[in-house]
Design a protein around this ligand. Sequence first.
Ligand SMILES: C[S@@+](CC[C@H](N)C(=O)[O-])C[C@H]1O[C@@H](n2cnc3c(N)ncnc32)[C@H](O)[C@@H]1O
Length: 221
Amino acid sequence: MGGTGLAILRRNAPLRENGRIGDVPHLWNGTFEYLAANPDQAVIFNEAMAENTRRVSQALVSAYDFSRFRKIIDVGGGNGALMTAIVATNPDIRGVVFDLPRGSAEASQKLADAGVAANCEVVAGDFFRSVPEGTDVYILKFIIHDWDDEQSLAILKNCRKATHQVSKILLIERVMPEKMEATPANQRMAMADMLAKAGLSIAQILAIPGLDISVIEAVRS
Ligand SMILES: C[S@@+](CC[C@H](N)C(=O)[O-])C[C@H]1O[C@@H](n2cnc3c(N)ncnc32)[C@H](O)[C@@H]1O
C-alpha cells in the first residue's frame, strides 16, 4: 500500500503484495481479469458480493437518507443488489448500475426480478477510463479496498470528473484509523489525504449501526 493514509481496510493487503495466495496466482490486482476469463467463478464471486450487499443494504438505506436525491449511480455496482434496495425504498430515484461487462452481466435480470427495472439502467464500462457524468450521488461500495493507492486515486479522480457541483461521492467501506485509537477524528484525518489529492473533501463519516462499515460522504473541494 502506498503512503497516502487512506485507512480503508484493504483485502489482505500483505498477501496481495506477494501477488499470490496459495495456489491462486491471479489475486489480487488480477482478480477481475481472472473473473473475466472464468465466467463460472465470476458468477460465484458476484453471488458472494450480492449476498453481503443484501445483508448490509437494508442497514445502509435506513442509516443514510437517499430520498433527497433524484439520480444515483453505483460504480462497480455488480449485479445491482444495493441499487435494488435503494430504489425499492425510494421509488422516485433513478438508478444506474455501472460495472465491467462481466460484473454487470446479471444486473438487468436481477433488477427486473426485484421489480425495479423501470427505474434503473445498467451501463457497462471501466472506471479507470471514465464514469458516467451528471448524477447526484456516486456510490463506491467495497471498491477502493481492492486497489492500491495509485489505482484508487485514478478511480476517485474519474468519479470527481463526472460529478456536478453538488454531487456527492459515497465511499462505503470498513474504515480503520491510521492510529490505533479509533476516534472519529483519527478516521477523518486518515481519509482526508487521498480524497484531497482527487480534489475532494469529506463532508461526513457516518458509521452504520450494527456493522463495521461506514459511509464516507465526499464532495468537491
Ligand atoms: C468487491 S466487488 C463490489 C461489488 C458491489 N459494489 C458490492 O458491494 O457488492 C468490486 C466490483 O467492481 C467491479 N469492477 C472491477 N474493476 C472494474 C472496472 N475497471 N470498472 C468498473 N467496475 C469494475 C467488479 O466487477 C465488481 O462488481
